[in-house]
Design a protein around this ligand. Structure first.
Ligand SMILES: Nc1ncnc2c1ncn2[C@@H]1O[C@H](COP(=O)(O)OP(=O)(O)OP(=O)(O)O)[C@@H](O)[C@H]1O
Ligand SMILES: O=C(O)c1ccc[n+]([C@@H]2O[C@H](COP(=O)([O-])O)[C@@H](O)[C@H]2O)c1
Length: 199
């Protein structure tokens, strides 16, 4: 069984995350996604809300194989712990692929016990606009004995930051925009957007 593991800050989740999940769904037996805290970042919204938005993102997906699920109990600051939990869930025999965007390649060597982590998973890198994949960065991961594959998909040119900082609602799907308004999330962002609109 080939399992794709995809963790995201989901602050908020975007159409870019959804496209990646759709692509993975067509290529893996099972796709597990979860909302996580990232030790290198601060987050604007509570984890519970981010997980709820991720569930809306999956519910909105047209994945005919129905093999994508939010598996929130995998969530951890440390992906090594996530993989340990995944192994308890699906067993040692399954083949695990950790999915990251190309923006994380340079940060990856600083992750918790990265060599241990890279021994237990394959790494799939999704090219992201604005984040070229440099040979030297790949070599650094290979030195840590990482087994790398590059996805044939290039991610959309959207990000959670573009929504948080510039109110780029095109990055989001409608049910998540509705949830954000209903729950009064990203209020500073709303105020900024309104000020822009008033000018
Ligand atoms: N458009 C995209 N193309 C390729 N990879 C992406 C894209 N969006 C997110 N990812 C990858 O998905 C994972 C989760 O990303 P994350 O939730 O941090 O989204 P983000 O848009 O980068 O958020 P932020 O702007 O808050 O950093 C990371 O591995 C990231 O590299
Ligand atoms: O294991 C680590 O040390 C580690 C360091 C930074 C990020 N991560 C994980 O990387 C995933 C993507 O993070 P993000 O913030 O880019 O969405 C998410 O599952 C984080 O928990 C993991």
């Amino acid at each position: 069984m080939r399992i794709a593991l995809f963790g995201t800050s989901a602050d908020p989740p975007t159409a870019g995350h959804q496209e990646i999940l759709r692509w993975l769904s067509e290529r893996y037996d099972w796709v597990a996604v979860w909302a996580a805290d990232n030790p290198f970042k601060s987050h604007q919204t509570q984890l519970e809300h981010r997980a709820a938005m991720l569930r809306l993102l999956i519910a909105d997906m047209d994945a005919p194989r129905h093999n994508v699920a939010v598996t929130q109990d995998l969530s951890s600051w440390r992906t090594l712990e996530t993989v340990e939990k995944a192994k308890q869930h699906w067993g040692e025999e399954a083949e695990y692929t950790l999915v990251i965007g190309s923006d994380l390649i340079n940060q990856l060597p600083r992750w918790y016990k990265i060599e241990d982590l890279l021994q237990q998973v394959q790494l799939l890198i999704v090219p992201r606009p604005g984040y070229a994949i440099e040979e030297s960065s790949l070599e650094a991961i290979e030195k840590l004995r990482g087994k790398i594959a590059i996805a044939t998909l290039t991610g959309l040119n959207v990000s959670s930051t573009a929504y948080r900082e510039h109110g780029d609602t095109e990055a989001l799907i409608a049910p998540i925009v509705a949830y954000i308004h209903q729950q009064h999330l990203y209020k500073c962002q709303d105020a900024t957007t309104k000020r822009f609109q008033l000018r």
